[in-house]
Design a protein around this ligand. Structure first.
Ligand SMILES: O=c1[nH]c(=O)c2ncn([C@@H]3O[C@H](COP(=O)(O)OP(=O)(O)OP(=O)(O)O)[C@@H](O)[C@H]3O)c2[nH]1
Ligand SMILES: [Mg+2]
Length: 186
């Protein structure tokens, strides 16, 4: 069965394909249809977005809304992560955190699934800290070069996409989605 993934972010599709590798009976197809991202939580954006796309294609579909949340900045940039990444960027984010002791941060992903009957949300989060400098080996995207997952000594951008996808917020959310799909097949 084909499931459509409506996103404008190829990085998400790449990571989702790695995570869902080996899933029997389903095939994920990238759909480059945009959807309105309401001002709200990741959960609200995903719920409204997945219904909007379903109503256009009338086929099982997922959307994914994610964000990067910095504790000492009261959760900023959160649901505005894309806009903040495009306007401020990592250099200025690190400037905001200059001399800040509390470097705690986390990524959160919500996958919204709708097939016309079932509306489901799948959440993934990974906690860690903001690095003191931009560190990359050329992997990852956006905030990956300033985020060090808990228990690791390198940023997401210093990890290969496979290494990141073994532990990321996206992995956890897609893993729950995969378990849900496998339970439907039974
Ligand atoms: O360093 C990062 N590692 C990640 O793994 C990651 N996942 C999301 N993000 C950031 O948060 C925004 C979410 O915005 P977002 O979920 O609306 O995605 P998007 O607008 O890029 O695509 P989409 O909405 O078409 O799916 C994105 O633009 C990125 O800046 C990430 N940053
Ligand atoms: Mg978006």
């Amino acid at each position: 069965m084909k499931i459509y993934f409506a996103t404008g972010n190829q990085n998400k599709v790449n990571e989702a394909n790695i995570i869902l590798k080996g899933l029997e009976g389903y095939e994920l197809e990238h759909l480059k249809i945009p959807y309105a991202e309401i001002q709200g939580t990741l959960e609200e954006v995903s719920k409204v977005g997945v219904k909007e796309i379903y109503n256009k294609i009338k086929k099982p579909v997922i959307v994914e809304d994610s964000g990067f949340f910095i504790e000492s900045l009261n959760g900023f940039p959160g649901t505005y992560s894309k806009y903040v990444q495009e306007t401020l960027g990592n250099e200025k984010i690190l400037k905001l955190l200059k001399d800040e002791e509390n470097r705690k941060a986390y990524f959160k992903t919500i996958i919204g699934y709708f097939d016309g009957i079932d509306l489901k949300l799948f959440r993934g989060e990974i906690f860690g800290s903001v690095s003191k400098e931009i560190k990359t080996s050329g992997f990852g995207f956006a905030y990956d070069s300033i985020f060090i997952p808990e228990g690791q000594n390198k940023t997401f951008a210093e990890m290969t996409t496979k290494e990141k996808s073994d532990i990321s917020h996206r992995k956890l959310a897609f893993y729950k989605f995969k378990s849900y799909l496998e339970s439907k097949v039974k």
